[in-house]
Design a binder for this molecule. Structure first.
Ligand code: HEC
Length: 179
């Protein structure tokens, strides 16, 4: 009996240790983006919608894109305040754009010739994380690009900030809050 009690304590202790060392985000083994060290923020897929857009580069890119923000970013977007406060995170999810035959069939009756497009497969997800001290050299933003959960290389991350500088007046953010 004594031995069983000891075993139970040992197991419980071990379980406690495992639970304690397990990361809160569940992303312990995940890699961070080069240069900025940004990991995929936990729960970002449930953040609120900022806007959507469509990117078309003939024969190369045809994507539907959505921008989501954490609570700090959403508040700043709604108030139209720049710079964004520290802790703001913007996520940009990119998918292929594909025609929907199902939708087209339904729409063809009332809207002959209607073409409905929907989200296809995920392409990548990008993040901008505001930390005015840590990322002072890049407008206060840390950048990250992930494909299948893996960050892109250093060369890719060297392109982010430079290309966002035309939006300097809006704190390097292009997307406007969709009403
Ligand atoms: C060639 C220029 C260019 C490069 C390079 C670039 N971006 Fe952007 N980025 C844009 C433009 C334009 C938009 C808005 C339109 C859109 O959604 O594509 C945007 C939008 C974003 C957004 C949504 C917030 C916003 O500013 O509208 C995020 C997040 C983002 N980019 C992250 C990144 C990351 C991370 C990298 C580097 C891996 C990167 N970008 C590289 C031009 C660029």
């Amino acid at each position: 009996m004594k031995r069983i009690a000891f075993l139970m304590v040992a197991v419980a202790t071990l379980a406690g240790v495992v639970a304690f060392t397990a990361p809160a985000s569940g992303h312990a083994d995940e890699e961070a983006s080069p240069i900025y060290g940004v990991k995929i923020p936990a729960g970002y897929r449930d953040w609120k919608l900022i806007a959507v857009d469509h990117l078309l580069v003939a024969d190369k890119v045809d994507q539907l894109r959505a921008q989501l923000g954490n609570d700090i970013a959403i508040k700043a977007f709604k108030e139209g305040k720049v710079p964004f406060p520290d802790g703001s995170i913007i996520a940009a999810i990119h998918w292929t754009r594909v025609p929907s035959e199902d939708n087209n069939k339904v729409l063809a009756g009332p809207f002959p010739g209607a073409l409905s497009f929907v989200v296809g497969s995920p392409v990548n997800v990008q993040f901008m994380v505001k930390d005015s001290k840590k990322y002072a050299a890049t407008g206060g933003w840390g950048f990250a690009d992930f494909k299948d959960g893996k960050p892109g290389d250093k060369a890719l991350h060297e392109t982010c900030f430079a290309c966002h500088t035309p939006a300097k007046d809006r704190d390097y953010v292009f997307t406007r809050y969709a009403p």
